[in-house]
Each structure stands twice: as C-alpha cells, then as structure tokens.
Ligand binder design. Sequence first.
Ligand SMILES: [Zn+2]
Length: 65
Amino acid sequence: MTTRDDRRCVACGRDASETPLIRLDYRDGTFHICPQHLPVLIHDPAQLAGRLPGAQRLSPAEHHD
Ligand SMILES: [Zn+2]
C-alpha cells in the first residue's frame, strides 16, 4: 500500500479546508482524523477498518457493553 499525501479524515473524508485535522502517525504512513471522529478512533476503532489499515485490531479504550 502506497502512502498518499491525502489529508482527509479517515472516517468522513473531509479535508483541512472543511474541518481541523489531527495527524496520526501510524505504521508506515500518516493519516488524519477530524475532531468529530477522534472518539470513534478511541472507543470503536473497528469502525475504521478498511480505512485505517489494521484498525480492526486496535483495542477500544473502554467497553460500552
Ligand atoms: Zn471525520
């Protein structure tokens, strides 16, 4: 997988002209996420599977069961 300099939220796809973006250094690439979706990364990273490589293997910070 090639690293693209494509600064968009991994969850909603908005770019920095539309929303602040938080940079994520992850594996061999750089990803970005917006503040609205940062909680998704923290609490339910599996939702980002397919957008953030390996996200399904990240552990949620806490359980919601
Ligand atoms: Zn977003």
